[in-house]
Design a protein around this ligand. Structure first.
Ligand code: SF4
Length: 78
């Protein structure tokens, strides 16, 4: 069975520092509209964005979470 992870982004508090993009550039982009990062493929619910992906993305996104200065990225195995 394929193992998956969930990445969660509390986007409202993003300060646009680019650290998540440097850690996992295929999963994150900077928005030119508001200067906050975008979690690619995510769905929004009450301002919180989340996406379920294959677990091979676990380590780079854990690094993104560790490097985020405002601690708004969560990564969990599901
Ligand atoms: S590392 Fe955190 S604060 Fe920096 S752009 Fe990514 S989500 Fe925003």
């Amino acid at each position: 069975m394929t193992k998956q992870i969930r990445i969660i982004h509390y986007r409202q508090k993003c300060i646009g520092c680019n650290a998540c993009i440097e850690a996992a550039e295929y999963r994150w982009r900077m928005s030119k509209k508001d200067g906050k990062s975008v979690l690619l493929g995510a769905k929004e619910k009450k301002g919180v964005y989340s996406v379920i992906v294959h677990e091979h993305e676990y380590e780079p996104n854990r690094e993104a979470a560790r490097n985020c200065p405002v601690n708004i990225i969560k990564v969990e195995k599901i």
